[in-house]
Design a protein around this ligand. Structure first.
Ligand code: PHE
Length: 338
């Protein structure tokens, strides 16, 4: 094999061993560079005679072209594999499933809230909203629960440093009952309203939370009796729980703002809670003193009020035994109601 032919083979080997473009450029210099093997050949040609120059020159040029085309091929293949490597490294797997849009849902307690509103609106009750920060007078005194009266200790709450104009500290309302007073003082009878909302007490265990929801009901007119309370509330419960297999009883109780007062209990006649009496609301005929605080004459106006816990309603509806689940924000729990 001539020396020139060997150069082609050597170049081919050197190029194929170059792993990347930098190594390839180094290999190229060995053959085609200023001091490369082929360049040396061309330099030597200067000293040759005319005939040799012609034939050898042509041969060297031929080899040079061969090496250049080997180089070009190798360059292309290195560029391709470098591109492939980069594509693989930066790959985005477009076949992967998207994470999707999380679908929001109504919290079970708020679902009950809305349901209660719908049911009472359907029988002509207005829906009212009021402040969670209350005055002592609205939360207690107007409801016939005077300062220093022991009944106040039934409802301990959170007090603000800020005081109202009478010098008493503002407080987080312990029940929705102050809404009876707020609404009745700004509306003319017949008064027929529910007031759902957040309420607060210093209480925390499986069935009590420092913040919870109540819905207040109030119906005042000239002839509203305890019988109306029984009818309205029993019908409400049967519609809320979608069953008439449900009994309701009114158990004598005490609230300063109602006389007589009753605790309302219910009992399912079927289903998992069947047979147990469950406390569901406080209620009673609005006390004459409270009617007077409404700005109305208790000789003429009479009616009933009730207060129900929305968490309690919801727990009985879905068979939930720990009220804290409503406030833990555990999606595994909440998704069951979505
Ligand atoms: N406000 C009372 C409570 O929170 C419930 C109630 C409301 C009782 C209306 C009678 C009338 O316990």
């Amino acid at each position: 094999m001539t020396e020139l032919a060997r150069l082609v083979e050597e170049a081919e080997l050197a190029f194929s061993q170059a792993a990347d473009s930098a190594a390839l450029e180094n290999a190229k210099a060995l053959f085609l560079g200023k001091n490369g093997a082929l360049t040396e050949q061309l330099k030597a040609l200067g000293k040759a005679d005319a005939e040799t120059k012609k034939t050898l020159g042509a041969a060297i040029n031929g080899v040079k072209q061969q090496i250049e085309s080997l180089l070009a091929n190798r360059r292309a293949s290195i560029a391709e594999s470098e591109l492939n490597r980069r594509l693989a490294a930066e790959a985005i797997d477009v076949s992967q499933d998207g994470r999707g849009h999380a679908v929001g849902a109504i919290h079970p307690v708020i679902r009950s809230w809305r349901r209660v509103e719908e049911l009472f609106q359907s029988i002509g009750f207005d829906v009212a909203d009021g402040p969670e920060i209350e005055t002592d007078w609205m939360n207690f005194t107007a409801l016939n629960n005077p300062e220093n009266h022991p009944a106040r200790s039934m409802q301990d709450t959170f007090y603000l440093e800020k005081k109202d104009e009478t010098g008493l500290p503002l407080l987080l309302r312990t029940h929705t009952s102050p809404m009876q007073v707020r609404y009745a003082r700004t509306h003319k009878p017949p008064i027929k309203v529910i007031a759902p909302g957040r309420t607060y007490r210093v209480d925390s265990d499986a069935t009590h939370s420092p913040m919870f929801h109540q819905v207040e009901g109030l119906w005042i007119d000239e002839h509203i009796s305890f019988a109306d309370l029984k009818g309205v509330y029993t019908d409400f419960l049967q519609r809320f729980y979608e069953t008439d297999q449900l009994q309701v009883r009114f158990r004598p109780s005490f609230f300063p703002f109602t006389e007589p007062s009753a605790e309302i209990d219910m009992r399912f006649e079927s289903g998992p809670l069947k047979g147990r009496w469950l406390e569901i609301a406080g209620s009673g005929q609005v006390h004459p003193k409270v009617v007077r605080h409404f700005g109305l004459d208790p000789e003429r106006y009479i009616g009933f009020a009730f207060g129900t816990g929305l968490e309690r309603m919801t727990m009985l509806r879905y068979g939930i035994s720990d009220l804290r689940l409503f406030f833990d924000n555990d999606l595994r729990f909440l998704r069951q109601f979505a």
